[in-house]
Design a binder for this molecule. Sequence first.
Ligand SMILES: Cc1ncc(COP(=O)(O)O)c(C=O)c1O
Length: 386
Amino acid sequence: MSSFDFTTAPDRSASDSIKWRRYAGRDILPMWVADMDFAAPPPVLDALRRRIDHGVFGYADPWPSVLEAVVEGIARDHDWHIHPDWLVWLPGVVTGFNLAARAVGRPGSGVFTATPVYPPFLHAPAHSERRLVSVPLLRQQDRWEWDWPATEAAVADDVSLFMLCNPHNPVGRVFQRDELTRIAALAERHDLIICSDEIHCGLVLDPNTPHIPIASLDETVARRTITLMAPSKTWNIPALYCAFAIIPDHGLRNRYKRAMAGIVPHVNVLGLTATEAAYRDGDPWRQALLTTLRANARKTIDAIQALPGVRTTPVEATYLAWIDCAGLLQERGLDGPCAFFEAAGVGLSDGRDFGQPGFVRLNFGCPPARLEEALRRIRHAVMETG
Ligand SMILES: Cc1ncc(COP(=O)(O)O)c(C=O)c1O
């Protein structure tokens, strides 16, 4: 029995929330930006209160017990035994992969990623005068898979960095050992650095599908990998801006740190405080959250699969469902799906931004009753004869 309440959530409608402010004053349920509507775990809130009561907010560096909590949490949850020296603290994961693009290769060299993908992946290469090289993932029956021949051909085109998103936003896959081993082999053959964004690794819904950090495969892979993690998605504290890169190779870590010099600030002390509490004491809350998210995922998939003109795939991780609206668009003669769903009272993310027009992303990180209302509105709009 869980003592945490995920059936209600604080009112965010008049708050600082980006997700809620877009639709302020309108009857549109915001299911877009990837944060959840739940309050942070009680141990995190208690730690923040204690730190605020101290009253002094001078410059801070990560202290030994933060390092210990992160190192032990990653060993406990992912069976990956990292050394504290490998950690590079960052104010965000987006900062982290933009730094990877800057640190690896030279102006003009290629940065590979598979689409659809979290939009800042698509913009990172240009921010560092690199070239985006992308290949679509393929939907095979009910599962998104790698197009291995196309990926192999693409990375041969003067690519120096392979940007991996695992677990994957937005398709919800948790890539398995055989897939990760193939990516690692490809990186070895083409001498690529891998930047693996694993921000969603605490949100694996399927108990039979473990998250495997690609750098944990073996030491050779670890030497060419920059892994990015953060407590922000799992424990719902993204606005505390605390993340870290794990870079086992000394030379690569130094290159990465040089790319940060003078522009990347220290992590703020409240972010570090929350991180320590989340990794050390946040697991009971996380387990209870996963029970809620599993049920929400099931409801979302069942509701969407029952409708004509839209389809989705099982969500192995994240609180995001990736929905193909091609049939609906064709039937209704619509340009894009977002305005259609907004008119029905549901605000979704547009697949176009992820490199896959005609899709939408639905965020089900909210109390079940709110999700049910959103799904009811979607059903009503789709079933209405056009
Ligand atoms: C795959 C992925 N990476 C990074 C981020 C954002 O990371 P941060 O807020 O730490 O920059 C998100 C947020 O949705 C995400 O889904």
